[in-house]
Structure formats: structure tokens, C-alpha cells
Design a protein. Structure first.
Length: 391
């Protein structure tokens, strides 16, 4: 196979052939990676590496061109899927990668019997979507109080200097602290990028650079560059019965959008100093949204931001297999140019690339009329804008 690949000249292939080849080689690569990890794990278990290499993970890391941590994870996953027949077949056939298989293994261990559902997600959705599903399964095995106690114990902040002299850091915050913190940075980065786009002479930087600027401003000045827009919303979805009772029963949501479950007591504490957003639902549809102190447009935004029932886990791009959660745009299913209403049933979140593709499909279908003109793409060397906007 390597001999054949050395002789491959992609310039001689059509676009369609390259598309098919990329998919087939990717699937083959996943199967090869799994077979290599399984062989390495088998060699270690049989003692074939004794006297040859000091550490099996380091040896396999050199052979596979990965870190020792990644190599150990691959070997452990390959060994674990041997006990899960459906996942083993999917991995051997190249349907799912070892990274996806690792999430299936974690989910099955947390909730026995979840393998089939996780595999279906692995085949049709992105790795982040699968990771979210496996994580939610594990979190569902703990009470909200137990989970929050573990999160409190796990909070941390570490920093160091890298070879370039940059100050690097990593950490973890509980949902009620981390979600508004991240939301503030995301909103500030969106404003900074939008301002840069208004200046044609300015070269757009990666979004991570604007997030870094937003963090620096937050630390130095409290993030108050725009006093009118410095406050960041955090939406808590809580069942009314759970709120009144003081604790949630199975099937009664109590969580921070984008942050996961929290105890009812924490939700009550947040309500003492939070901007209240009330959502009335029956577990299937959102019937009413009320903001105390806001107008209906902001209320509609909340109905969109909490995501679909019954999970209310926040927005995600509606396109199958995408899984993006940040930088989404709200799209009219039936375009405004075709007299589509700005109503909850006619609005869907899409990432920028899928929003553009949907707009082009609407244009080709004749739904945009003469009022809709093709929007120019991003300048060369730039990424698409992350801000939400309506067409």
C-alpha cells in the first residue's frame, strides 16, 4: 500500500476521484491505526517487549508518531474494544476511529447498554458531538449535588512560560462560574472581530487572538470597553417543581446552558443576583418566554439559545454531523425574502459555512428573489465571521 501511495499523483485525478480517494484512505487509515494499536497492546500483554524497549507506550509513540500519552490511550482503547463486539467490528472496518471508540468505551462503562446509541452517533456525527453524548451519559450517573461537589474539588488554575516566552495557562471552573466567563470572552471577541472587518485595510487575525485580547482586557479593566454591552447572560433551565421542592427528580432539568447540571440550591443562589429568564415548556415545545426587563426580541433569542426540548442543552449547528456550538448564526428556514416569519418555528442555528451553503441552496431554489444578492466571501487568508446575524 505504501508503494502504491508513493506513486500517487493527485494532480492527474479528477475532483470527484480525489473526493472518493480521500474518504477511502481516511477509512483505511482508521482501520490501520486500530490494528497497529491492538498489535502493540497484544505484544505488551505477551511480554514480547521485555528486554527490547524500556516502556511500551514510548516505543509505540515513536512507531506511530504520537505522544506517549496518545499511544497509551490508543493501546488501552484497542484492548478494551475487544470486549465490545459491535465497536470492535466498526473499528476494524474503519467506520469509527480509535478516538471515537474511546468515547464509546467510556459511555458504555458509565451506562451499560449505551454502546449501540453511541456507535450510531459515531457513524453520523462529529467527534465533539459524540464526546458530549458520552460525557452526558457519565454525568447522568451522578446526582447534581455529587457532581457539583466533584467539580468544586477539581477547580484549578495553572500557568507557565513556554519556549517563546509566552505566558501559558490552563484551568477549570464550575459551570456557574465558567459559563458566564466564557460567554463574556466570546461576546467581546465577536465585537472585536466585527470591528476589524469594518476596516477594509485591517487584516483579520485568528479568532483565538481576539479571545486573548478579550481576556487581557477583562483582567486589566474588567472588560468594560463597551459599558453598554459588558454584562454577559447566563441561562439556567430549571423545572418549576424541582425549584419549589429544592432538588430535582429524574427527568427534571436543572442545568446551565453550555455548562451542564447544577444543584437546585446553586440555581436558587444564582437567581438572587441573576437576570431572570423564564421559560415555560411542556417537555416538547417552548410555549412562552418571559424576560423581566427585556423586550420580545431578546425573549425569542433565549428560546433559541436554550436549544431543543427536552434536553435544552444549548444551540448546536442543525446540519447533520457538524456539531459546532460557537460562532453560530440564526438562519430563517423560510427566508425573509420569501416572506418567512421571524418566529421560533422558522429559525435554526447554523455555523457560518453551513449558513452560506443553505443561503446558496435557497438562491438556486428561487426563494431569495431580487432583494438577495450573493454576499462576498471572506478575504483571502481569513476565516468566516463568527457573529450571529439574520438574512
Amino acid at each position: 500500500m505504501r508503494e502504491l501511495l508513493r506513486g500517487l499523483v493527485v494532480e492527474s485525478l479528477t475532483g470527484t476521484a480525489c473526493f472518493s480517494l480521500a474518504e477511502e484512505l481516511s477509512r483505511t487509515a482508521k482501520a490501520c491505526a486500530a490494528a497497529a494499536a491492538l498489535a502493540a497492546a497484544r505484544a505488551e500483554s505477551l511480554g514480547a517487549l521485555r528486554g527490547r524497549v524500556p516502556d511500551a507506550a514510548e516505543w509505540f509513540a515513536r512507531a506511530s508518531g504520537t505522544s506517549s500519552g496518545q499511544a497509551r490511550g490508543a493501546m488501552d482503547t484497542a484492548a478494551a474494544v475487544e470486549e465490545m463486539s459491535a465497536t470492535r467490528e466498526a473499528v476494524a472496518d474503519g467506520e469509527v476511529s480509535l478516538a471515537q471508540a474511546a468515547e464509546v468505551v467510556r459511555g458504555e462503562r458509565a451506562v451499560p447498554g449505551s454502546e449501540a446509541a453511541l456507535l450510531e452517533t459515531a457513524r453520523t456525527e462529529s467527534l465533539p458531538t459524540l464526546r458530549d453524548q458520552a460525557r452526558d451519559l457519565k454525568l447522568g450517573t451522578m446526582t447534581h449535588e455529587e457532581l457539583h461537589a466533584r467539580q468544586r474539588r477539581a477547580r484549578e488554575f495553572r500557568h507557565w512560560r513556554d519556549p517563546l516566552g509566552m505566558v501559558r495557562f490552563a484551568g477549570g471552573l464550575t459551570p456557574e462560574v465558567g459559563v458566564p466567563f466564557v460567554n463574556h470572552l466570546e461576546a467581546d471577541a465577536d465585537r472585536r472581530r466585527a470591528a476589524a472587518r469594518r476596516h477594509e485595510s485591517a487584516e483579520l487575525e485568528p479568532r483565538a487572538a481576539y479571545l486573548a485580547d478579550a481576556l487581557a482586557d477583562l483582567v486589566a479593566h474588567g472588560g468594560g470597553g463597551d459599558k453598554r454591552r459588558s454584562r454577559t447572560d447566563m441561562v439556567v433551565v430549571i423545572d418549576l417543581n424541582a425549584y419549589r421542592r429544592g432538588h430535582a427528580h429524574p427527568g427534571e432539568p436543572c442545568h446551565v446552558i453550555g455548562g451542564g447540571p447544577i444543584p437546585v440550591e446553586v440555581a436558587k443562589q444564582l437567581s438572587q443576583d441573576a437576570f431572570i429568564k423564564a421559560v415555560l415548556h411542556d417537555g416538547v415545545d417552548v410555549h412562552r418566554v418571559k424576560h423581566f426587563g427585556r423586550h420580545i426580541r431578546a425573549e425569542l433569542r433565549t428560546a433559541l439559545d436554550i436549544g431543543p426540548a427536552p434536553g435544552f442543552e444549548g444551540t448546536v449547528c442543525v446540519e447533520l454531523g457538524c456539531g459546532r456550538r460557537h460562532g453560530l448564526e440564526i438562519d430563517h428556514v423560510d427566508p425573509v425574502a420569501n416572506h418567512g416569519p421571524t418566529a421560533l418555528f422558522n429559525l435554526e442555528p447554523r455555523c457560518w459555512p453551513h449558513h452560506q451553503a443553505k443561503t446558496e441552496r435557497d438562491r438556486q431554489a428561487g426563494l431569495l428573489g431580487v432583494r438577495e444578492k450573493a454576499r462576498p466571501g471572506p478575504r483571502a487568508g481569513t476565516r468566516p465571521p463568527p457573529s450571529r446575524r439574520r438574512e
